[in-house]
Design a protein around this ligand. Sequence first.
Ligand code: AMP
Ligand code: GLY
Length: 423
Amino acid sequence: MNILIVGSGGREHAIAASVAKSRRVSKIYCAPGNAGISEIAECVPYGAMEFDKLVAFAKEHAIDFTIIGMDDPLVGGIVDAFEAEGLKVFGPRKNAAILEGSKAFSKELMKKYQIPTAAYETFDDPTAAIAYLETAKMPIVLKADGLALGKGVLICDTLAQAKEGVKTIMEDKKFGTAGNKIVIEEFMTGREVSVLSFVDGKTIKIMSSAQDHKRAQDGDQGLNTGGMGTFSPSPFYTNEVDAFCRAHIYQATVDAMASEGRPFQGVIFFGLMLTEDGPKVLEYNARFGDPEAQVVLPRMKNDIIDVMEACVDGRLDTIDLQFEDQAAVCVVLASGGYPLSYEKGHEISGLEAFAGKEDYACFHAGTAWKDGRIVTNGGRVLGITAKGADLHEARRKAYEATQWVQFEKKYMRHDIGKAIEEA
Ligand code: AMP
Ligand code: GLY
């Protein structure tokens, strides 16, 4: 089979690495890809939002199956564009990707189908939002309705901050049109867990759990980022939590989408908070997490193409999804200054150290080729993943491997997975 992967980050590198292991695949293309992906796939210079060019490319190159990694094209309807031309593609259609694309939609869905989540109100008028805040309990959470690169969420401790937040989102339009509508929700406390799943419209199969580290600095300090590291499985995702989520969240979400005439095919990422009142949904994403994919996919035993094709064909019930008992930890090597301003173009050395090492992977996020050398090309540069018999061993090995690669202004958190010591 000829496969096309759409995206350019660590998540797409992890997807490409799984696809490369498939016995059914002869050729992999990735648009636009990055330097690491180019070692296992042919990178083609089209952006993820260039639907017409991507569809034309897929036809010209006899692509049998396309995998969409990123949220923006999914929410923008890339799957519909491929399907309109009779092309087979993995990911939710536009009317289902709204599960991630609109927080107002997903909150409404959860309320209607009684899926546990934080209490909330939605506003499209800043004056009404502020009037509501005057009577609300602090801290409180403000969310821009649309996609905002994971940054459209403000946690406000005081009424003054919350009022300022409404202005930032709805009037100053800091997150663009994503802020035309706002969700104001109850502040919850608890440990966060990411759960990825495959869905075929009716059936859902849960992958292994993971935990992300969203803040830039050790001890969960500093600004929110795309994610600075992950571990999988999460020891906090107990059998009891799993049973509750299976009973009240996972299938309920898939059934709710089907009932709404928006059958979901692809990956649903459940961002959960384990509160004192039980697990609640913080958010849904319509794709693999990044860097969750970098610790979950390397542990998947199935042929990824078999599973993804079953999702598209509506026969996921025939798949026995299996994961290795081993644990995995991914530490992100970022460019100093991320998520604000940072430099690009620094040469990366030591990458060859990963060659032939079964338990280790170096997933490229922001890298590029320049004059025959691999250089930094983004905020998150590499995701260093290691597998081990347990989380402690995986963590030790991942941190050891972070020392194999060097580049100027290399930055990482030193406490990825440290929480497992409390488990
Ligand atoms: P989201 O994009 O909705 O996942 O929000 C980003 C981050 O904000 C989450 O990972 C949480 O850490 C935090 N967050 C979101 N909603 C809430 C909430 N209702 N209570 C507490 N923290 C939240
Ligand atoms: N790591 C969180 C996300 O992919 O949204």
